[in-house]
Design a protein around this ligand. Structure first.
Ligand code: 3HB
Length: 307
C-alpha cells in the first residue's frame, strides 16, 4: 500500500481527505458515502498489492453527489470522479461525460483542469466498428474539447489500460490559472498525425500549478513515434529522458513524488523497477501497475508530480 498523496497540504496543518482513489481488484462508480468521495479503479490482479491516492487539504471540504459525476471541493481545488460503463462503442458516451464535466467545472468555478486520469478497459481492443478502443475514447474526448477551449484547455493526463470496469475518469481542477506545458522532444499529442486515430489525444505533457508540476503519463515517444519497440530497457531509459526534459534540470528528478509506473508485461517489471529506483529519490512514493498502454508498442509509462 502506498502512502497518502498530498496535493494541497501544507506542512504542519491539519488535513482531511478531499477524496480517495483506490487502485484495486475491481472498478466501481464513485461514491460519496459518509461524506467522503471514493472511487475504485480496477488496476490490480489477484496477488498484486493495491495502491491508494488520498488527496488531502487543510480546508473544509464539501462533497457533492452530482448524479453520475461526484465531486469534492475545498474552495481552491476540486476532485471530480465518474465512470463510463463498459460498452462496445465509447465516443458518444465519452463526449457526453466530458461535456458534463466541463459544465460542472464552469458552474462551480473550478475551471482550470490541471490533472486528469483515464483508465480504459481493453484499451488496445477493437470496438464494434473495428476502431481501437483508445482511439474511440480519444474521438469522444476530442469532440468535447473542440467545444471547450481546444488545446489551450488541455491539461496533464494519464490514459492507460484498466483490467475492467469500462472507463474510469478522475480529475483535479482549481480556481487559479495554471499553465500547460509541452515537451520539446515530442510533438504535442493534440497534433499527432491521423495515423494514430480519427482525432488526436487531448492532453498536455505537463501542467504547472503554483510550485507543483504535474507530469502526464510519459512514454518512449520521440517526435510522434514510439522508439525502442520491443525493448523495455530502452523504452524505460527514453521515458525517463522525456521526464527529465519536462523538468528544469536532470537533477530535478530528485524532487519527483507520487510516481506511478505502468508496465505492459509482468516480466518487465523488475527491469523497470531497477531503473526507476535508481532514477528517483529513495523516499519517493512509487507504485507499479501491470496494465496495457495506449499504443500497442508501448511497454512502459511513467507519471509523477514535482514540487
Ligand atoms: C491520454 O490520452 O490522456 C494520455 C495517454 C497517455 C499518456 C498521457 C495521456 O498514454
Amino acid at each position: 500500500m502506498r502512502g497518502p498523496a498530498d496535493v494541497v497540504t501544507r506542512p504542519g496543518t491539519a488535513t482531511r481527505a478531499l477524496g480517495t482513489i483506490r487502485y484495486t481488484g475491481r472498478s466501481g462508480d464513485p461514491s460519496v458515502a459518509s461524506g467522503a468521495l471514493t472511487m475504485d479503479v480496477h488496476l490490480t490482479a489477484p496477488g498484486e498489492p493495491d495502491a491508494v491516492d488520498v488527496w488531502t487539504t487543510s480546508r473544509p471540504v464539501s462533497v457533492v453527489d452530482g448524479g453520475r459525476v461526484k465531486y469534492a471541493h475545498d474552495g481552491e481545488v476540486a476532485l471530480f470522479a465518474a465512470r463510463v460503463p463498459r460498452s462496445d462503442r465509447y465516443a458518444d458516451a465519452v463526449e457526453r461525460l466530458y461535456t458534463e464535466l466541463f459544465a460542472l467545472t464552469a458552474a462551480t468555478g473550478y475551471r482550470e483542469l490541471f490533472r486528469v486520469w483515464q483508465y480504459v478497459e481493453d484499451v488496445n481492443g477493437l470496438n464494434a466498428d473495428g476502431l481501437e478502443v483508445y482511439q474511440d475514447f480519444c474521438l469522444g474526448r476530442a469532440r468535447a474539447f473542440d467545444r471547450h477551449g481546444g488545446p489551450a484547455a488541455m491539461p496533464a493526463a494519464t490514459g492507460v489500460g484498466a483490467l475492467g470496469g469500462g472507463i474510469s475518469v478522475h480529475l483535479l481542477a482549481c480556481r487559479e490559472p495554471v499553465r500547460h506545458l509541452e515537451n520539446p522532444r515530442q510533438v504535442p499529442a493534440y497534433h499527432y498525425p491521423r495515423r494514430y486515430g480519427p482525432k488526436p489525444p487531448s492532453f498536455a505533457r505537463a501542467t504547472r500549478r503554483g510550485d507543483e508540476l504535474h507530469l502526464s503519463g510519459t512514454a518512449a515517444i520521440v517526435g510522434h513515434r514510439t522508439v525502442f519497440p520491443g525493448d523495455v530497457a530502452g523504452q524505460c531509459r527514453e521515458a525517463l529522458r522525456n521526464v527529465e526534459a519536462l523538468l528544469d534540470a536532470p537533477a530535478d528528478l530528485a524532487g519527483l513524488d507520487r510516481i506511478k509506473v505502468y508496465v505492459r508485461r509482468a516480466e518487465d517489471v523488475e527491469e523497470v523497477r531497477r531503473q526507476c529506483l535508481r532514477a528517483f529519490p529513495a523516499g519517493a512514493d512509487i507504485a507499479f501497475f501491470v496494465v496495457d498502454l495506449c499504443r500497442p508498442d508501448l511497454l512502459v509509462e511513467i507519471e509523477g508530480t514535482w514540487s
